[in-house]
Design a protein around this ligand. Structure first.
Ligand code: SF4
Length: 364
């Protein structure tokens, strides 16, 4: 963005104009975003309340903590309780697994630590050669390159990665088969890495796409672009985040990911197993793949937890919220039993979770 950009010169007027243009769209429209940061901005600035009721903005599976399935959370907890040191990002510590969270496991004496990046975890391994360090790696294309870069730099022998990494376009492919949506807002930070090309397949299937940034005006501009396309009966990938996103993305980051990972089918909370929607370390790095290295350590306990999970009554509707079929207001526990300080499901844990954003910004 430059100083001559109209947003900088008069952001209020520009946004008023965008809202007027959006309101002029005469028909109903269902627009979905797939990004927790977009949801936070939409909730914070009350963007839904500024739009005519006929224009719905749905929230999809965009929070990396929220889409991490129970199996992966339980595996990390089992490994910690079996004596390994499990390190991950802060939000993951609080997400409930089948019986407890990593935080609970730590309270019982397991060695669970919070880090801000994989580099902190690698440093911990180098400084503690007598410990086995497992980095529980979650996230989308936005953060995956940092894990790839660490692997390419070389890892200590006592360091391994448990991957729960997700790729966003396959999730859109699944959603379009299942829900009634007219157009998508694509996540700007993901497109900084991947570029806009991976979204072209959806435009070819008649879904307008707008890649948007994270300020209120970025999202309003993205919605306006989508409505213009719907009105014209066209479908293309448009870039509402030109100050950060290039068509080709960041080829160096993409090459690093391709060098380190194979694309595999993975499970998403709420969406099940989606073909080609995640990453696994390539065979040449399997000495650092915790899912291979410690499979015998966690497999039996994980199977036991799966059986317990099948019998448990699930009151949390995060899985439905992640597919845009419900909102936090549909959950009887929202703001009552489930609050940020005592979260029952992952959507209340992370500040990118829809329940957390609605708790913070959308209550009377
Ligand atoms: S409010 Fe809590 S229990 Fe309800 S869906 Fe959200 S995270 Fe789950």
């Amino acid at each position: 963005m430059t100083k001559t950009d109209p947003f900088i010169q008069n952001p209020i007027e520009v946004q008023k104009k965008l809202i007027e243009n959006i309101a002029a769209y005469p028909k109903p429209a269902r627009i979905m975003h797939i990004c927790g940061t977009h949801e936070r901005t939409i909730a914070k600035y009350g963007i839904r309340s500024l739009l005519p009721g006929r224009i719905e903005v749905l929230s999809g599976p965009g929070c990396p903590v929220c889409v991490t399935p129970d199996d992966d959370i339980d595996t990390a907890i089992i490994l910690a309780k079996k004596g390994l040191t499990v390190v991950t990002f802060g939000d993951m510590l609080r997400v409930p697994g089948t019986e407890e969270s990593l935080f609970d496991a730590r309270a019982e004496g397991a060695d669970v630590r919070m880090v801000y990046s994989i580099d902190d975890a690698v440093k911990l391994a180098a400084e503690n050669p007598d410990k086995e360090i497992v980095f529980f790696s979650i996230g989308f294309e936005t953060t995956i390159p940092t894990t790839a870069a660490a692997v390419l730099r070389g890892l200590p022998p006592n360091f391994s990665v448990y991957t729960s990494l997700k790729l966003t376009p396959p999730a859109i492919s699944l959603l379009v088969q299942d829900i009634n949506v007219d157009a998508f807002i694509a996540p700007g930070h993901v497109a900084v890495i991947t570029g806009t090309v991976p979204y072209e397949e959806f435009a070819e299937k008649d879904y307008p796409i707008a890649v948007a940034g994270f300020e209120s005006y970025d999202i309003l501009l993205g919605i306006k672009m989508l409505l213009d396309q719907l009105e014209a009966g066209t479908s293309a990938v448009e870039n509402a985040y030109m100050r950060a996103v290039k068509t080709e993305g960041n080829p160096i980051a993409v090459k690093m990911m391709n060098d380190v990972f194979d694309v595999v089918d993975v499970e998403w909370r709420g969406l099940g197993i989606i073909p080609d929607s995640g990453y696994r370390l390539k065979e040449k790095y399997q000495d650092h793949d915790a899912a291979i290295k410690f499979k015998d350590t966690y497999e039996d306990s994980l199977n036991e937890l799966r059986e317990i999970r099948k019998k448990k009554k699930k009151n949390c509707i995060c899985a439905t919220i992640l597919t845009g079929k419900a909102t936090p207001a549909d959950c009887p526990m929202f703001e009552k039993a489930c609050r940020p300080e005592s979260p029952i499901g992952p959507c209340m844990v992370s500040d990118e979770g829809m329940c957390h954003s609605w708790y913070k910004y959308c209550r009377d």
